[in-house]
Write a protein that binds this ligand. Structure first.
Ligand SMILES: *[C@@H]1O[C@H](CO)[C@@H](O)[C@H](O)[C@H]1NC(C)=O
Length: 271
Protein backbone atom coordinates (compact mmCIF):
# COMPACT_ATOMS: atom_id res chain seq x y z
CA UNK A 1 0.00 0.00 0.00
CA UNK A 2 2.04 2.77 -1.32
CA UNK A 3 1.19 6.11 0.13
CA UNK A 4 1.26 9.26 -1.93
CA UNK A 5 -1.11 11.33 0.15
CA UNK A 6 -1.59 11.59 3.84
CA UNK A 7 -4.60 10.17 5.58
CA UNK A 8 -6.57 12.32 7.92
CA UNK A 9 -7.94 9.88 10.41
CA UNK A 10 -7.54 10.20 14.08
CA UNK A 11 -5.44 7.67 15.85
CA UNK A 12 -6.39 6.55 19.25
CA UNK A 13 -3.32 5.86 21.27
CA UNK A 14 -4.80 3.21 23.48
CA UNK A 15 -5.13 -0.32 22.25
CA UNK A 16 -8.71 -1.46 22.02
CA UNK A 17 -10.22 -4.87 21.37
CA UNK A 18 -10.83 -6.39 18.97
CA UNK A 19 -7.97 -5.25 16.86
CA UNK A 20 -6.37 -7.05 14.00
CA UNK A 21 -2.79 -6.61 12.99
CA UNK A 22 -1.65 -7.25 9.50
CA UNK A 23 1.73 -7.34 7.97
CA UNK A 24 1.66 -6.46 4.36
CA UNK A 25 4.39 -7.04 1.89
CA UNK A 26 4.14 -6.10 -1.74
CA UNK A 27 6.26 -6.70 -4.75
CA UNK A 28 7.04 -4.59 -7.71
CA UNK A 29 8.18 -5.67 -11.10
CA UNK A 30 9.48 -3.14 -13.54
CA UNK A 31 7.74 -2.25 -16.77
CA UNK A 32 4.33 -3.85 -16.52
CA UNK A 33 1.28 -1.93 -17.61
CA UNK A 34 -2.30 -2.93 -18.10
CA UNK A 35 -6.04 -3.02 -18.22
CA UNK A 36 -8.52 -4.62 -15.78
CA UNK A 37 -11.67 -7.12 -14.73
CA UNK A 38 -13.29 -10.57 -12.11
CA UNK A 39 -16.59 -15.76 -7.59
CA UNK A 40 -16.00 -19.01 -5.84
CA UNK A 41 -15.43 -22.72 -6.06
CA UNK A 42 -14.29 -24.89 -3.20
CA UNK A 43 -12.76 -28.13 -4.45
CA UNK A 44 -13.73 -31.59 -3.35
CA UNK A 45 -12.04 -31.79 0.04
CA UNK A 46 -11.62 -35.56 0.26
CA UNK A 47 -9.83 -35.72 -3.07
CA UNK A 48 -7.48 -33.01 -1.95
CA UNK A 49 -6.77 -34.87 1.28
CA UNK A 50 -5.98 -38.13 -0.53
CA UNK A 51 -3.55 -36.35 -2.81
CA UNK A 52 -1.96 -34.62 0.16
CA UNK A 53 -1.51 -37.93 1.96
CA UNK A 54 0.13 -39.41 -1.10
CA UNK A 55 2.45 -36.42 -1.21
CA UNK A 56 3.35 -36.73 2.47
CA UNK A 57 4.45 -40.32 1.97
CA UNK A 58 7.05 -39.20 -0.54
CA UNK A 59 8.24 -36.09 1.25
CA UNK A 60 10.53 -38.17 3.48
CA UNK A 61 12.42 -39.40 0.46
CA UNK A 62 13.52 -36.06 -0.98
CA UNK A 63 17.19 -35.62 -1.63
CA UNK A 64 18.71 -32.29 -2.53
CA UNK A 65 20.14 -31.30 -5.89
CA UNK A 66 23.43 -29.47 -6.31
CA UNK A 67 22.40 -25.80 -6.09
CA UNK A 68 23.52 -22.58 -7.71
CA UNK A 69 25.25 -19.72 -5.94
CA UNK A 70 21.98 -18.04 -5.09
CA UNK A 71 20.15 -21.25 -4.27
CA UNK A 72 19.35 -23.14 -1.07
CA UNK A 73 21.08 -26.25 0.27
CA UNK A 74 17.93 -27.73 1.74
CA UNK A 75 14.42 -28.65 0.65
CA UNK A 76 11.53 -26.63 1.98
CA UNK A 77 8.00 -27.77 2.55
CA UNK A 78 5.77 -24.78 3.08
CA UNK A 79 2.09 -25.83 3.23
CA UNK A 80 -0.34 -23.86 1.12
CA UNK A 81 -3.83 -24.00 -0.32
CA UNK A 82 -4.94 -22.48 -3.60
CA UNK A 83 -7.93 -20.35 -2.64
CA UNK A 84 -8.61 -19.07 -6.10
CA UNK A 85 -7.15 -18.90 -9.58
CA UNK A 86 -9.18 -15.82 -10.45
CA UNK A 87 -7.55 -13.94 -8.85
CA UNK A 88 -4.49 -16.02 -8.08
CA UNK A 89 -4.75 -16.29 -4.30
CA UNK A 90 -2.87 -18.70 -2.02
CA UNK A 91 -3.37 -19.40 1.67
CA UNK A 92 -0.39 -20.31 3.87
CA UNK A 93 -1.53 -21.75 7.21
CA UNK A 94 0.83 -21.08 10.14
CA UNK A 95 3.28 -19.18 7.99
CA UNK A 96 4.74 -17.43 11.02
CA UNK A 97 4.86 -18.41 14.67
CA UNK A 98 2.95 -16.69 17.44
CA UNK A 99 6.22 -15.34 18.88
CA UNK A 100 7.22 -13.90 15.52
CA UNK A 101 3.85 -12.20 15.14
CA UNK A 102 3.97 -10.74 18.63
CA UNK A 103 7.44 -9.42 17.98
CA UNK A 104 6.34 -7.69 14.78
CA UNK A 105 3.44 -6.06 16.61
CA UNK A 106 5.82 -4.84 19.27
CA UNK A 107 8.18 -3.16 16.83
CA UNK A 108 5.26 -1.58 14.98
CA UNK A 109 3.33 -0.35 17.98
CA UNK A 110 5.46 2.64 18.79
CA UNK A 111 5.27 4.10 15.32
CA UNK A 112 1.69 3.55 14.14
CA UNK A 113 0.26 6.42 12.14
CA UNK A 114 -3.00 6.63 10.16
CA UNK A 115 -2.70 4.81 6.81
CA UNK A 116 -2.32 7.00 3.78
CA UNK A 117 -3.87 6.57 0.36
CA UNK A 118 -2.57 7.15 -3.14
CA UNK A 119 -5.01 9.60 -4.66
CA UNK A 120 -6.56 9.38 -8.09
CA UNK A 121 -7.42 12.44 -10.11
CA UNK A 122 -10.12 14.40 -8.31
CA UNK A 123 -9.57 12.61 -5.03
CA UNK A 124 -8.51 14.57 -2.02
CA UNK A 125 -7.91 13.98 1.64
CA UNK A 126 -11.42 15.21 2.35
CA UNK A 127 -13.45 13.26 -0.21
CA UNK A 128 -11.71 9.96 0.46
CA UNK A 129 -12.09 10.28 4.20
CA UNK A 130 -13.35 7.03 5.70
CA UNK A 131 -12.16 4.75 2.88
CA UNK A 132 -9.22 3.52 4.84
CA UNK A 133 -9.42 3.89 8.57
CA UNK A 134 -6.67 1.65 9.78
CA UNK A 135 -3.40 2.86 11.16
CA UNK A 136 -0.07 1.58 10.07
CA UNK A 137 3.63 1.94 9.75
CA UNK A 138 6.38 0.93 7.35
CA UNK A 139 9.31 -1.16 8.59
CA UNK A 140 12.05 -2.71 6.51
CA UNK A 141 13.59 -6.02 7.47
CA UNK A 142 16.98 -4.41 8.10
CA UNK A 143 15.49 -2.19 10.80
CA UNK A 144 14.56 -5.20 12.88
CA UNK A 145 17.75 -6.21 14.67
CA UNK A 146 16.24 -9.43 16.00
CA UNK A 147 16.30 -10.86 12.47
CA UNK A 148 12.67 -11.96 12.65
CA UNK A 149 11.47 -9.70 9.83
CA UNK A 150 14.44 -10.94 7.86
CA UNK A 151 13.29 -14.54 8.27
CA UNK A 152 9.75 -13.63 7.31
CA UNK A 153 10.91 -11.71 4.26
CA UNK A 154 13.06 -14.61 3.12
CA UNK A 155 10.15 -17.01 3.45
CA UNK A 156 7.88 -14.66 1.50
CA UNK A 157 10.50 -14.43 -1.25
CA UNK A 158 10.52 -18.24 -1.47
CA UNK A 159 6.76 -18.67 -1.79
CA UNK A 160 6.40 -15.84 -4.29
CA UNK A 161 9.60 -16.63 -6.20
CA UNK A 162 10.13 -12.90 -6.27
CA UNK A 163 13.51 -11.86 -4.95
CA UNK A 164 13.69 -9.73 -1.81
CA UNK A 165 15.13 -6.87 -3.79
CA UNK A 166 11.73 -6.50 -5.46
CA UNK A 167 9.83 -6.18 -2.24
CA UNK A 168 8.78 -2.97 -0.57
CA UNK A 169 9.14 -2.28 3.11
CA UNK A 170 6.63 -4.09 5.28
CA UNK A 171 3.48 -2.19 5.95
CA UNK A 172 2.17 -3.13 9.37
CA UNK A 173 -1.47 -2.27 9.79
CA UNK A 174 -3.81 -2.16 12.70
CA UNK A 175 -7.57 -2.26 12.34
CA UNK A 176 -9.68 -1.43 15.32
CA UNK A 177 -13.40 -1.64 16.02
CA UNK A 178 -15.27 0.00 13.17
CA UNK A 179 -12.17 0.50 11.09
CA UNK A 180 -12.00 -0.70 7.54
CA UNK A 181 -10.39 -0.40 4.20
CA UNK A 182 -13.28 -0.40 1.78
CA UNK A 183 -11.93 -1.59 -1.47
CA UNK A 184 -8.90 -1.07 -3.57
CA UNK A 185 -6.68 -2.46 -6.25
CA UNK A 186 -3.24 -3.34 -5.10
CA UNK A 187 -1.86 -2.58 -8.52
CA UNK A 188 -1.75 0.95 -9.87
CA UNK A 189 -3.63 1.22 -13.15
CA UNK A 190 -1.84 3.74 -15.37
CA UNK A 191 -5.26 4.85 -16.70
CA UNK A 192 -6.14 6.07 -13.23
CA UNK A 193 -2.83 6.87 -11.61
CA UNK A 194 -0.76 7.93 -14.61
CA UNK A 195 2.25 6.09 -16.08
CA UNK A 196 3.95 3.84 -13.55
CA UNK A 197 7.66 3.15 -13.46
CA UNK A 198 7.09 -0.20 -11.91
CA UNK A 199 4.04 -2.23 -11.09
CA UNK A 200 2.98 -4.08 -7.96
CA UNK A 201 2.53 -7.69 -9.03
CA UNK A 202 1.71 -9.41 -5.76
CA UNK A 203 0.83 -8.73 -2.15
CA UNK A 204 1.46 -10.94 0.83
CA UNK A 205 -0.59 -10.44 3.98
CA UNK A 206 0.46 -11.96 7.27
CA UNK A 207 -2.19 -11.91 9.96
CA UNK A 208 -0.51 -10.98 13.20
CA UNK A 209 -3.52 -11.43 15.47
CA UNK A 210 -6.76 -13.38 15.76
CA UNK A 211 -10.10 -11.67 15.57
CA UNK A 212 -13.49 -12.70 16.96
CA UNK A 213 -15.61 -11.39 14.13
CA UNK A 214 -15.19 -9.51 10.89
CA UNK A 215 -11.89 -8.27 9.62
CA UNK A 216 -11.88 -10.66 6.68
CA UNK A 217 -9.91 -10.00 3.58
CA UNK A 218 -12.39 -10.25 0.76
CA UNK A 219 -12.22 -10.87 -2.93
CA UNK A 220 -15.79 -9.91 -3.87
CA UNK A 221 -15.29 -10.42 -7.60
CA UNK A 222 -13.65 -13.86 -7.51
CA UNK A 223 -14.12 -15.81 -10.76
CA UNK A 224 -16.28 -13.04 -12.22
CA UNK A 225 -18.92 -12.98 -9.45
CA UNK A 226 -20.71 -9.74 -8.62
CA UNK A 227 -18.98 -7.85 -11.39
CA UNK A 228 -22.16 -6.60 -13.03
CA UNK A 229 -24.06 -5.83 -9.86
CA UNK A 230 -23.88 -2.77 -7.73
CA UNK A 231 -21.55 -4.13 -5.12
CA UNK A 232 -22.56 -3.62 -1.51
CA UNK A 233 -19.68 -4.42 0.78
CA UNK A 234 -22.05 -4.82 3.75
CA UNK A 235 -23.45 -8.01 2.17
CA UNK A 236 -20.02 -9.60 2.43
CA UNK A 237 -20.30 -11.69 -0.72
CA UNK A 238 -17.39 -13.30 -2.48
CA UNK A 239 -14.33 -15.15 -1.30
CA UNK A 240 -13.46 -14.33 2.29
CA UNK A 241 -10.32 -15.02 4.24
CA UNK A 242 -10.66 -14.94 8.02
CA UNK A 243 -7.69 -13.51 9.84
CA UNK A 244 -5.93 -16.09 12.02
CA UNK A 245 -2.71 -15.40 13.83
CA UNK A 246 0.30 -16.51 11.83
CA UNK A 247 -1.53 -17.27 8.58
CA UNK A 248 -0.40 -15.84 5.29
CA UNK A 249 -2.32 -14.80 2.19
CA UNK A 250 -0.68 -14.20 -1.15
CA UNK A 251 -2.47 -12.74 -4.12
CA UNK A 252 -1.44 -11.44 -7.47
CA UNK A 253 -2.80 -8.19 -8.77
CA UNK A 254 -1.74 -8.80 -12.35
CA UNK A 255 -2.64 -11.61 -14.75
CA UNK A 256 0.12 -13.96 -15.90
CA UNK A 257 0.37 -11.78 -19.02
CA UNK A 258 1.20 -8.76 -16.91
CA UNK A 259 -2.01 -6.77 -17.23
CA UNK A 260 -3.77 -5.64 -14.07
CA UNK A 261 -6.29 -8.13 -12.64
CA UNK A 262 -9.37 -6.25 -11.52
CA UNK A 263 -10.69 -9.41 -9.86
CA UNK A 264 -8.03 -9.08 -7.26
CA UNK A 265 -9.80 -6.05 -5.86
CA UNK A 266 -9.60 -6.70 -2.16
CA UNK A 267 -11.59 -5.52 0.71
CA UNK A 268 -10.98 -5.73 4.40
CA UNK A 269 -14.18 -5.95 6.32
CA UNK A 270 -15.15 -3.78 9.14
CA UNK A 271 -14.44 -5.17 12.58
C1 LIG B 1 -4.28 -10.62 -20.35
O1 LIG B 1 -5.03 -11.68 -19.77
C2 LIG B 1 -6.33 -11.33 -19.40
C3 LIG B 1 -6.96 -12.53 -18.66
O2 LIG B 1 -6.80 -13.73 -19.37
C4 LIG B 1 -7.15 -10.91 -20.63
O3 LIG B 1 -8.46 -10.56 -20.25
C5 LIG B 1 -6.44 -9.72 -21.26
O4 LIG B 1 -7.11 -9.34 -22.43
C6 LIG B 1 -4.99 -10.06 -21.57
N1 LIG B 1 -4.32 -8.86 -22.05
C7 LIG B 1 -3.52 -8.85 -23.11
C8 LIG B 1 -2.92 -7.54 -23.43
O5 LIG B 1 -3.32 -9.86 -23.77
Amino acid sequence: MRGKGKGSWGLSSKLEFPTVFLLCSVFFLAGIFGTMILSRDIRDQSRTRRLQEAFDEFSEDFTTMPHGETGDSSIDTIPFQVLSWKPRALYFPKFATKEQCQHVIKIAQSSLVPSSLAFREGETKENTKGIRTSSGTFVSASEDKSGILDLIEEKIAKVTMLPRTHGEAFNILRYEIGQRYHSHFDAFNPAEYGPQKSQRVASFLLYLSDVEGGGETMFPFENGLNVHSEYDYKKCVGLKVKPQLGDGLLFYSVYPNGTIDQISDILSLQL
